[in-house]
Design a protein. Sequence first.
Length: 103
Amino acid sequence: MWDSIAEELWLIVAKSLKAHRLARQGPVAATGTRDSTLEILVGDDGWVNHRENGILYSFDVTKCMFSWGNLSEKLRMAKLDCKDEVIVDLFAGIGYFVLPFLV
């Protein structure tokens, strides 16, 4: 039953929320990597902008995970005095920890 009305239902939900896009987060995969399992229900793409601590992150939520849980660590990193230091980010991603150094 739900499959037959899903598309129309999600359009109604998005409209009632005045949203252009609507997505559903899937479970964290057991692959050992933090791959996105987000499914776009309404909208054309998964590109979002997220502002945090003066930094504007722009990324595709269907390709990249964003962790709200790292907020305190990102704030701590942003307070470190790194003048005249060389910073190397050994992790791929959207710059969770490196970008706060630049602010």
